[in-house]
Design a protein around this ligand. Structure first.
Ligand SMILES: Cc1ncc(COP(=O)(O)O)c(C=O)c1O
Length: 391
């Protein structure tokens, strides 16, 4: 990878050290350009005419996202965020008293509160699949839990609070063998590593644009396996996702676009498409390789700083590096580094509350390097951290 070129294409990369790519990465120029060009067209042609002119170009966005995850364009819906995508699936499923939802210990907070609400509404049960020795979801334990009351397996592939990578594809095999709907939160995976829905065996996959994919904020997408379209409806529909065929009937439109609604920002969608193309051109294998290398070197160096403990679980680890200090609060560390123009994130306990509770974790500091971060930047960060905790 030509890191200098990639940095030159990233306007935000010059000002300080940006290590919050798991929160919201920096957009590269082609993404910014795609958004700006469309807004310029909208300003001159008007919103509706601009859309009519760009209908075919918008189809390319679906195709780009489909190639990114090895799906068909008709299996992609463009959404406003990961959570938007996830909820439109989850709340479209039917649960009755005694039905079981199986999930992992590191499930994301926004997903988990939705499980709790569904339990309150329907009396369904939420059950946590135990972890293996590495901290990942244990597939042998999962297999033993499966029966015909299990109505959903919902897993966060890479949690918000560390480098853990759950065995999403092994879980997919079990879900398929037992014909249980499988909803995968791939929010922290898409754009960071190769994603192949055929290999994953998931029925639904939800992702965001602004994180590792480096798309605009306010974008996300949903994958729905073709076979699932026939028996599961979106949580909500409007007259874009469904045709009002007679006064008292409707018909869902073909493909995953039935999960979309009429009003959206095309400029952001073009930005998302440009982000997918950018990642595809760089190569997801190469991206994964560099991100993991940078993250692994950070973990080694962080562990050498007196008082710092790296908190990441998992046999193989992704680009989210979390740590805490024996006596200095994460917020204080973050403020000290912010003063040196270094952007990190303090992850709250509630991001993955079951995991924080089980491991007795408080808040943690998270550094998430992307491929465009230089080795020099990591050194700058480590030096500043060393200074902050030694002061
Ligand atoms: C694992 C995980 N899932 C879901 C989300 C939520 O994504 P969004 O804000 O796009 O809805 C996040 C965001 O931090 C996340 O880390």
């Amino acid at each position: 990878m030509d890191i200098d070129r990639l940095r030159a294409e990233t306007p935000g990369a010059g000002s300080g050290v940006y290590l919050n790519n798991a929160g919201c990465s920096l957009m590269p120029r082609p993404v910014i350009g795609a958004v700006q060009d469309y807004f310029a067209l909208e300003a001159s042609a008007g919103g509706f005419r601009a859309m009519t002119q760009q209908t075919e170009a918008l189809d390319v966005v679906y195709a780009s996202l489909a190639s990114l995850i090895n799906a068909k364009p008709s299996e992609i819906a463009l959404m406003g965020s990961h959570t938007d995508a996830w909820q439109s699936v989850f709340y479209g499923l039917s649960f009755e008293e005694g039905d079981r939802i199986l999930t992992g210990r590191a499930e994301y907070g926004a997903n988990y509160v939705a499980f709790l609400q569904m339990r309150k509404r329907t009396g369904c049960q939420i059950e946590i699949i135990p972890c293996d020795a590495s901290g990942a979801t244990d597939c042998q334990a999962l297999e033993k839990m499966l029966d015909d009351r299990v109505k959903l397996i919902a897993i966060t592939w890479i949690p918000t609070n560390g480098g853990l990578i759950n065995p999403a594809a092994e879980i997919g095999k079990l879900a398929q063998a037992h014909a249980v709907p499988y909803l995968l939160d791939a929010c922290q995976a898409v754009g960071q590593m190769p994603v192949d829905v055929a290999q994953l065996g998931c029925d639904f996959l939800s992702a965001t644009g602004r994180k590792w994919l480096r798309g605009p904020k306010g974008t996300g997408f949903l994958y729905v396996r073709e076979e699932r379209l026939s028996n599961i409806e979106p949580a909500t529909i409007d007259d874009f996702g469904a045709l009002w065929t007679k006064p008292d009937t409707y018909e869902l439109v073909a493909g995953a676009r039935r999960y979309e609604i009429h009003e959206y920002a095309p400029a952001l969608r073009f930005g998302l498409g440009a982000a997918a193309e950018y990642a595809l051109e760089l190569g997801l294998d190469k991206i994964q390789d560099r991100v993991r290398r940078l993250a692994a070197s950070l973990r080694v160096e962080l562990a050498r700083i007196p008082g710092i403990t790296v908190r990441d679980l998992g046999a193989e680890k992704a680009g989210l590096v979390t740590f805490s200090h024996d006596s200095i609060q994460p917020g204080a560390i973050n403020r000290a580094l912010e003063a040196e123009a270094i952007q990190l994130k303090v992850v709250p306990r509630e991001g993955a509350l079951l995991d924080s509770t089980a491991r007795q974790l408080g808040e943690m500091v998270r550094a998430s390097p992307h491929y465009f971060n230089s080795e020099q930047e990591l050194e700058t960060f480590l030096k500043a951290l060393h200074k902050a905790v030694s002061a």
